[in-house]
Every structure is written in structure tokens, then in C-alpha cells.
Design a protein around this ligand. Sequence first.
Ligand code: NAD
Ligand code: IPM
Ligand code: MN
Length: 349
Amino acid sequence: KSKPTLAVIGGDGIGPEVVAEGLKVLDAVAGADAFEKVDYDLGAERWLRTGEVLPDSVVEELKRADVILLGAVGAAPGDTRIPSGILERGLLLRLRFLFDHYVNLRPSKIYPGMPVPLADHVIDGKTVDFLIVREGTEGLYCGNGGVVRQGTQNEIATEVSVNTALGVERIIRDAFIRATKRRNHITLVHKHNVLVNAGGLWRRYFETIAAEFPQVQTDYLHIDAATIFLATDPARFDVIVTDNLFGDILTDLAGAVTGGIGLAASGNINPEGIFPSMFEPVHGSAPDIAGQQLADPTAAILSTAMMLDHLGRTDEARRVEEAVNADIIERGRDRRSTAGVGDAIAARL
Ligand code: NAD
Ligand code: IPM
Ligand code: MN
């Protein structure tokens, strides 16, 4: 096969702004025609214009892509023209579910020279470099539940968390394998003291699989305590494995404590390679700063590095990471425009 195809979904708000910088850096490291790029007009504007969120014909095209790069989707919270969840569920989650992106990889590290909101004694020369392996296809995200007696004083709304043996087993195994390629430490984060059904299933598989990996040291934290240690002792973590919603919350916190949400990259991986994997920043469409060149595109740029890694283009991935690393040291606390960050990183390649 000739060139790999890269489907690009800029999306809403700062999504297209940060994706443009990701592509700029990609072109700089791999050459402008290393990929067959196809742009997809999806998101709030399209929905308002046509009433379409993600047409089936587009799904069929995306299915044939090698990889997908996404900016962000979602309207401003105050935008009453767009029903809550229509883009998040109809586009982003639909793709994660259809393409079986059960491994949601969200790495965090504190780069040397990066200003972070943690006390000096917390870091104290220690390495903060951890990987949150978030389950991506189950849990409270399945849309399992409903509303009865809506609009009455007896309204009942339920959201039921789905945890399957297959789903829990495969994500925990994946996380253990990743730990063996890192520092051989893994923390399960859940809340089995309250969520005894799902918690029990997660815990059992964690213990069973741990026995297959005697070299990996294991730990367990309830989600509430995990948020304490993420702020007071982040160096204790190597790999964290957790469910979909806990992983969502923990990764925003992880971004914030390691230098800002504008640095946090992610990959939605289908490890079997049956479907294209999708790479995107952890952050959303940031309506509060959209259209002003204020967004930090580093997360989108690091997401393209994760994409290159996924495609086996490891040299290019390392070069992008090194350029980002150097740029972070150089920029310190300086505020730069979105394009300014992309230009500076691309110029190093
Ligand atoms: P958000 O991540 O968009 O923004 C939270 C805060 O972080 C805002 O103050 C924003 O300005 C700031 N921020 C985010 N990215 C930044 C960047 N690159 N540089 C500098 N600052 C940045 O979260 P939100 O406000 O809860 O959500 C806004 C919309 O985005 C919602 O519609 C939500 O559903 C959607 N969303 C989409 C995704 C996605 O597409 N993957 C992820 C999260 C939220
Ligand atoms: C993220 C986002 C999504 C999630 C939303 C927009 C569906 O917050 O990628 O972290 O909750 O997974
Ligand atoms: Mn999130």
C-alpha cells in the first residue's frame, strides 16, 4: 500500500486551531505528503446547518482510514441551540464504540523547566511520568439507563454502569503489558468499597492477571484517595488502570497538575488493528478561548506523536517529543499564540 490515510476531524472551538498545529508539526517531521490527509467537516456547525452529526457514509470512509486525528467536539455549555450530548455521544463516543477503542491511553509527565501548580517538596527532584490506561468502551458511558415520568416530581433518571468480564479483562491485561515496558508498577483505581459489583469484577481480574506478571508490583487506590496522591505524590505512579468515568476525571486532573490541560495528549486505541485508532488531546473545545489563538496546541502535537508511534514510525515520534521537550524548556512561563507554539516546534524539526 502506498501512503497511509489520515482522517482529520478538527471539530469545534479550539479543535481546528490545535489540529492545524499538529498537522504543521507532522508535515515538518514526516514531509508534507507522507500521509493522504482527508478533512472531515463534522461538529456543531455541520449539525446546525444540516442536522447531521455523523452520517453512516462518513463512518464507512473513516473505517477505511489508517488513523484518525481529532481536535475536539462540543458546544459551549451555554449554547442552548445544541442539545446536551448530541455531539459528544453522537460523534466522539460513537467512534470510540464503533471502532472498539477500548484502550484510552493518557500519558502525563512533568518536563524539566515546566511550571506546575505543585509544591516544590512534592516534586523534590523526583520523576513524574505516568500513564493512565482508561477503559474506553464501557462503564457509565454506554448510555444504559433512561428517564421515566420525565418532567414530573416523580422523575427517575438512571445511568447504569456496564462492566463486562471481557471488557475488564482486556483492559487490565493491556495495562499490565504496558507496565512491563515501563517501570513495572501498576495501580488499579476504582471504588470497590461502594461500587461492590463492578469493583469486585475489576479487583478479581486485577488479582488474577497480576499473578501472570510477577515482575510487576501492584497497588490499589479508591478514586477519591487517588486524587489526593495525584496532587501530593504523583511520583508514586507508573501505570494507572481504571474505568471510563474515573479515567476521564483523573486525566483532567493529571493534565492540570503536570503543567496544564493544554499539554495532555491521548490515543483511543484498537489494539487488534481491526479499526483505525484515533488520537486527540484530552481537553475539549474550550469555547471560552476559541478563535483567539490562545489555545496551547502542545496536546494536539503530542497526540500526533502518539499517532506516529502507533504507526511504528518511532523515530519521527521521538523527534516530535524531543522538539516539544526543548520548546517547553525554552518557553517557560511565556505566553505564545497557538500558531507561535506550532511554528516554534516545527522549526526544530
Ligand atoms: P475544556 O477542556 O474544553 O475546557 C476546560 C478549561 O480548560 C477551559 O477554561 C479551557 O479554556 C481550558 N483549555 C482547554 N484546552 C486548552 C488548551 N489547549 N489550551 C489552553 N487552555 C485550554 O472542557 P469543558 O469546558 O468542560 O468543555 C467544553 C466543550 O468541549 C463541551 O462541549 C465538552 O463536551 C467538550 N469536550 C470535548 C472533548 C473532546 O472532544 N475530546 C473533551 C472534553 C470536553
Ligand atoms: C474526553 C471528553 C469526553 C469523555 C467527552 C467529551 C465525551 O471529556 O475525551 O475526556 O468524557 O471521554
Ligand atoms: Mn474528559
